[in-house]
Design a protein around this ligand. Sequence first.
Ligand SMILES: Cc1cc2nc3c(=O)[nH]c(=O)nc-3n(C[C@H](O)[C@H](O)[C@H](O)COP(=O)(O)OP(=O)(O)OC[C@H]3O[C@@H](n4cnc5c(N)ncnc54)[C@H](O)[C@@H]3O)c2cc1C
Length: 491
Amino acid sequence: MAYLRYVRIADAPAHAARSRSSAPFAGIPGNMRHAAEFAPVEVPIARFRVITPEAVVPCRSAADVVAVVGDVRRRGAAFAVRSGGHCFAGRSSATGMVMDVGPMDEVVAGDGVVTVGAGARLGQIYDALEPLGRTIAGGCGPTVGIAGLTLGGGLGIFGRRHGLTCDQLVAAEVVLADGSVVECDAHREPDLFWALRGAGGGQFGVVTRLTLTTVAAPPAITCFDLTWPHEAAAEIIEAWQEWSPDAPDEMAASLLADGRTVHVFGAGDGRPPVRGETETVVELPYREAKRWLAENGPADEAEGRFDYSKSEFFRHTLPASAVEDLASHLRDGPGERRELDFSPWAGAYNRTPTDATAFPHRNARFLLKQTISTRGEAGDDERRWLHESWEITRPYGAGGVYPNFPDPDLEDPLAAYHGTNLDRLERVKAAYDPDNFFRFPQSLWTGAPSTTTGEPSAVSRPPWRRSQIMSQWIADSFVPPVSGYERPRAR
Ligand SMILES: Cc1cc2nc3c(=O)[nH]c(=O)nc-3n(C[C@H](O)[C@H](O)[C@H](O)COP(=O)(O)OP(=O)(O)OC[C@H]3O[C@@H](n4cnc5c(N)ncnc54)[C@H](O)[C@@H]3O)c2cc1C
């Protein structure tokens, strides 16, 4: 009989230490790899580090997921679903169980589509498609999970040409809260399929397989990093926001500013029509270009560094006074690093109607993410800096927040993430997960009593109150530690 092994996180540190040798997780057999990944010392995402699961369950098939869903229901355990583990808000960890779909990482290229297990990482998919001259529209970070990226949207250098990664989703296999396994696409379970495209992360079911449209990978693409000193920040930001969102769809030029240097960074069929004070411009084969962008672009969190960010979509350019204030606020402040990250929107992002998928942010000019990085947990000064920076731009924002950049501090998170699609999403949630089995502090909420915990129901709008109550509820419903044991694997 085959067995699923539940890994005790208490066993992790010794293995984590070994994993810091040259090859990640070298010498860690099988499932212990997962323990190491979830040990606080190893986990790279800020809020993740403060959550230590009792057990991480590697799922190798939809049947494994069904078994774990059943077990979680019986035990009433707090749980989370994890693919690539990059969630800014640590939603793919829980103090109870983590269903880790990582082992489901097969990538099968078909005719104009690619079918991937929910544990596949972006780099794997780009590598598999490269020999075919194909790719998918998605981000550059090679270790980002395809599931989390797609279910929350998915921006990248091809986004202005082809749209979000979720716009390329054509079918998915999902394990629902009642343990059933469904295939969904435009014709089968169309409401679920609609909801998954932009609002699917951890709140409707566990996606185990995704099929995405592929697009032709150009033989070569121009990558660029144009830089100026911080003194030019306001001028460059003003020029960027007038130019970049209106540039041809083939141009994906972000603006990054860190208080010392301003970068216009990205890729396109040519270079931007400006000269930096210093610049690197290289033409590379497409796959090489993706690597170059990942290596030279915004960095992942370094060990011991915590990133805190707030973000918003903008439909109009920021006025000069706000840009000046933003630049001067950026220059001096606490923290190890402060960053403004402007991503151009428009193009194909905006050509999909707002209600065609659950992703509602279809009429923006740009997305601005503001980040402060700290050694250890952020203190009052760092939090204040971030809040003040966000307040500078807030009067001009569209109010929408990218679901893949979750912000635990939002006052009205459901409206911010889901906008005008919120009502339909709540109906889909009620149909597919009436007892809120899949939940996290800012998740959609049906108001129904939970069959797993019997917790009180009927929490009504406004949504921000719901999420606050949900936070408390989740905190209260954590179960005692799960010790290491083995259980029969589902067939
Ligand atoms: C270094 C870095 C680079 C990034 N680059 C980009 C980028 O270029 N473009 C972009 O758009 N975003 C980018 N992001 C943000 C990224 O899109 C989100 O963090 C995304 O949620 C990551 O997905 P994941 O599977 O890696 O994360 P996870 O933490 O595993 O999952 C994210 C969320 O989805 C849920 N989830 C995971 N798997 C499943 C599943 N199988 N079924 C149902 N729910 C699931 C989780 O429970 C969680 O709520 C980046 C983030 C980081 C840290």
